[in-house]
Design a binder for this molecule. Structure first.
Ligand code: FE2
Length: 375
């Protein structure tokens, strides 16, 4: 149900936690060097920065790749017995950090801590020849953390401790522009706890809510609430499983991730047909949508700018709300465990999340689960 749209009368002066945008997303993975190559060759990212033995880091190696405003940090341990290694052993590859770009990381940390956050990292100033960066961090659901990044006095390539990563291989962008939203899966009965956390600790507001009547098929169900910060640049939907006849995708995630974590990262494009065509040609795999979906499409969403044919060929979904429409598609999971995946989204006015597609999407996900024997 649409309870509200993004705050139209947003008053920055009253926002105790102003966030400028997503700074970076860090994925702990077992082979950062190869993962970086995958995100470059398949998803169209470019090399940006590197940290590891050559930069004096004895514990882990990180590769940073970039596409427009999206920065991914891929991190692997250099030896056994590390925190990064323990995280990978338990969860497989997955998101550890969602970094939030702020003007004052010390203030942001103190504001969150006063409101009940759990500390991950006290404000820390790091410097190099290019200036200084202040970072601080708090825990959210599972083992995921939010790191506040203050970089107004820094003009280096990424962060102090990283060097520029120059390579001859930088494939063309596929047109991914920024992180639209990032979804968390939490345990049964924990959704409202985390909704309250984002409201109280970070000053977010709930903009949408879906219950098991909105998001269910014959077999599986889930519930979801969408949290947004004041200026709408950060949107975190939070899912919890709902009882169904069979095991839902959220249950499967929680089983294989061995806990709560990031389910998908939605990235925006201005031309979804071109972006998805490029991604598919580079080997990215997407969920397949039954043909019947497209037979009913025009009746459901009305006139749209795009031809139906390429949407059907690529499996792109369309939904409409009061403000316009959106096009979206979901990749298959992108690591060994059936956990995290990506969404590609193009918004044409609509600020919602594709409620009209949930059913088709869930049927597609159940088909995948069936193949894995986890439904
Ligand atoms: Fe999404």
């Amino acid at each position: 149900m649409l309870t509200d749209t993004l705050p139209k009368l947003y008053d920055e002066a009253k926002d105790f936690m102003p966030i400028l945008g997503t700074d970076y997303i860090e994925i702990y993975c077992s082979n950062a060097k190869q993962a970086a190559h995958y995100y470059k060759s398949a998803f169209g990212f470019s090399s940006l920065a590197y940290a590891g033995l050559e930069t004096g880091n004895q514990e882990f190696e990180s590769y940073v790749v970039v596409q427009d405003k999206i920065r991914l940090v891929l991190t692997s341990p250099l030896r056994s017995g590390t925190e990064v290694g323990r995280h990978i052993d338990k969860h497989g590859d997955g998101v550890k950090v969602t970094a939030l770009w702020v003007d004052d990381a010390t203030y942001a940390y103190n504001a969150a801590m006063e409101r009940g956050a759990t500390s991950y990292m006290e404000p820390l100033t790091e410097e190099d020849d290019h200036g200084k960066v202040v970072r601080s961090g708090i825990y959210t659901y599972g083992e995921v953390v939010h790191i506040f990044v203050e970089r107004k006095a820094y003009n280096g390539v990424f962060l102090p401790g990283y060097q520029e990563w120059n390579t001859r291989y930088n494939p063309e962008s596929v047109g991914l522009k920024y992180v639209d939203h990032m979804v968390g899966n939490v345990n049964l009965g924990r959704m409202n706890h985390w909704v309250k956390f984002y409201e109280e600790v970070l000053g977010f507001a709930q903009i949408l809510s879906f219950d098991d009547k909105d998001i269910s098929t014959e077999y599986t169900a889930l519930m979801s609430k969408v949290m947004s910060n004041g200026n709408g640049r950060i949107k975190f939907p939070i899912n919890e499983p709902a009882p169904g006849l069979k095991k839902s995708q959220v249950d499967e995630y929680l089983d294989f991730y061995e806990g709560e974590g990031v389910q998908h990262i939605a990235v925006a494009t201005d031309d979804i047909i071109k972006t998805v065509t490029d991604l598919r040609n580079r080997g990215v795999e997407f969920l397949t949508i039954p043909n019947t979906y497209y037979e009913e499409l025009t009746d459901r969403v009305g006139q749209i700018d795009e031809d139906i044919e390429p949407l059907r060929d690529l499996g792109i979904l369309v939904d409409r709300d009061d403000e316009g429409y959106l096009l979206q598609i979901f990749t298959r999971t992108v690591q060994a465990r059936p956990t995290m995946f990506f969404e590609i989204i193009q918004r044409k006015g609509a600020q919602s999340f594709g409620k009209g597609n949930f059913k088709a999407l869930f049927v597609a996900l159940e088909k995948e689960q069936e193949l894995r024997g986890t439904l």
